[in-house]
Design a protein around this ligand. Structure first.
Ligand SMILES: [Zn+2]
Length: 220
């Protein structure tokens, strides 16, 4: 917290003069073209690894980068994230949704151990949206099986959450019209390496120049 407080004073003194004009323009409205759904984990620093500026991304972060399925199709019991998805698609008209997982995720480690052992009732309930049969994870060809099991689950989870996104009628509609693309990313902490799920290779691949060009070529 001390760093946070000192950081704000430093921002006011040293950074603010250089960014005030940018924020004055952004005060008139935002037009990000992507919704980023990432884990709340303090180490998933998307502004750093994706070099984003204010106004670039509409962001939802929660424990485990989970997306509760849409339920009856019209509403969700988890309005917070459903509302963000609706707002991003209807008001901001984003054409991309990125779900980004990461290595050493505490949520994935808890799921490997079994969420029933958790004593926090809300966390125990929330993690149901990431719960899968671990034998499915181990047998999944799209996951790097050389990783620790919780990291395999983390990669599997990102793909699984994209399927949850498709339970939202609005998401399905935009996908069918070709107005929306879904992206699966994964951040490996030790090497500070971002991976993108490459549809050609059907696996998570380091986000290098080649992958970047391939993704750019597919963008709307
Ligand atoms: Zn996490």
């Amino acid at each position: 917290m001390k760093k946070l407080v000192k950081g704000i004073v430093d921002f006011r003194n040293n950074v603010r003069p250089g960014v005030r004009e940018t924020f004055a323009k952004l005060a008139l409205g935002q037009s990000p073209d992507a919704l980023f759904i990432g884990c709340s984990d303090s180490r998933v620093a998307v502004n750093v690894f994706a070099s984003t500026d204010p106004g670039d991304l509409f962001v939802v972060r929660n424990v485990g980068n989970l997306v509760p399925p849409s339920g009856d199709g019209a509403t969700s019991d988890h309005e917070s994230e459903a509302a963000a998805i609706e707002f991003a698609l209807e008001a901001l008209k984003v054409s991309h949704i990125v779900v980004c997982g990461h290595s050493e995720c505490g949520a994935m480690q808890a799921l490997v151990k079994g969420r029933e052992s958790l004593s926090s009732p809300n966390l125990k309930s929330w993690l149901q949206f990431g719960e899968v049969d671990l034998s499915k994870v181990k047998a999944c060809p799209q996951v790097d099986t050389s990783l620790a099991l919780h990291d395999q689950l983390s990669q599997f989870n990102v793909l699984n959450q994209l399927e949850h996104l498709k339970t939202y009628p609005l998401v399905r509609e935009r996908l069918e019209k070709g107005e929306l693309q879904l992206h699966a990313w994964w951040f490996e902490l030790r090497q500070a390496e971002v991976y993108a799920f490459d549809k050609n290779q059907e696996k998570f691949t380091p986000f290098d120049e080649e992958i970047g060009q391939r993704i750019l070529a597919r963008l709307n």
